[in-house]
Write a protein that binds this ligand. Structure first.
Ligand SMILES: Cc1cc2nc3c(=O)[nH]c(=O)nc-3n(C[C@H](O)[C@H](O)[C@H](O)COP(=O)(O)OP(=O)(O)OC[C@H]3O[C@@H](n4cnc5c(N)ncnc54)[C@H](O)[C@@H]3O)c2cc1C
Length: 233
């Protein structure tokens, strides 16, 4: 089977991987100059379906709970399976209880347990939710690694391609063009996020930390210092 995948973000590359693994002849095209120039290159890299379940439909959890193992099998060595810590300042502890009531797969931690998991947070929070089964990765490193692996598997890539009409000659065309589909695909909506890349030697975290806040929820995702954070190519 000959398949064309439009879009070389995380969706396009993972679909390409699955189809190529099952024997399809796969070609990937993208209007951009390389992989990960869309949302995927700017994601936090949290594989956090239990936390997402707080506001997402059940399918996000039932499918997402396989993500960390999928990455481990497809690209060994990229996933950190250290869980997620969810915290709130003392005045917003009601937010923690509200969050806990809308999801599952967590345990409550007290101040000592928080300090033993993340020494940099010692003395800062009285309670936390710990989602032990969650994981994270560096999205740009993962995209680059998957791209290299797919090239090795015989998947062909064509970047900088702008086409008004879908080309012929393919048995299937898979549209993974991300936000390009908003407005054309039912139930697909955009969610705006903003990222600050902070380099510091003073604070060291081992896992994503989500700070609950009634108006401005915030999270920190640690990126190993050995990993590059240059613009995606
Ligand atoms: C700041 C931020 C943080 C996030 N953090 C997380 C997180 O921690 N965990 C998580 O799971 N998700 C996170 N997300 C969401 C996640 O990034 C997206 O859901 C995901 O990257 C979408 O991937 P995609 O492949 O569908 O889209 P994209 O990565 O946007 O890829 C779409 C690709 O299609 C290409 N394209 C567009 N039009 C065409 C066309 N006509 N023909 C060919 N190619 C085309 C684009 O150039 C692009 O390369 C975050 C998002 C943001 C913005």
């Amino acid at each position: 089977m000959r398949v064309l995948i439009k879009g070389a973000g995380i969706a396009g590359l993972t679909v390409a991987h699955e189809l190529a693994t099952s024997g399809a002849k796969v070609e990937v095209i993208d209007t951009a100059a390389g992989v990960g120039t869309g949302a995927s290159g700017f994601a936090g890299g949290m594989l956090a379906p239990w936390c997402e379940r707080e506001s997402a439909p059940d399918a996000v959890l039932t499918l997402g709970c396989r993500a960390a193992d999928w990455w481990d099998a497809a690209l060994p060595g990229h996933v950190a399976k250290n869980g997620t810590l969810v915290v709130a300042p003392a005045r917003d502890e009601a937010e923690l209880r509200r969050f806990a009531g809308r999801t599952l797969g967590f345990e409550w931690l007290d101040e000592d347990a928080i300090a033993s998991l993340e020494p940099a947070l010692a003395g800062r929070f009285r309670q936390a939710l710990f989602f032990r089964n969650e994981a994270h990765l560096n999205p740009r490193a993962a995209l680059a690694g998957l791209h290299r692996k797919l090239l090795g598997m015989g998947v062909s890539f064509c970047f900088g391609v702008v086409q008004d009409e879908d080309p012929s000659g393919f048995d299937r065309i898979v549209d993974c063009t991300g936000r390009n589909r908003i407005g054309n695909t039912k139930d697909l909506r955009g969610v705006r996020g903003e990222m600050l890349h902070l380099k510091t030697l003073e604070v060291s975290l081992s896992r994503p930390v989500r700070l609950l806040h009634p108006r401005i929820p915030l999270y920190i995702v640690p990126v190993a210092t050995a990993c590059s954070w240059s613009a995606p190519r």
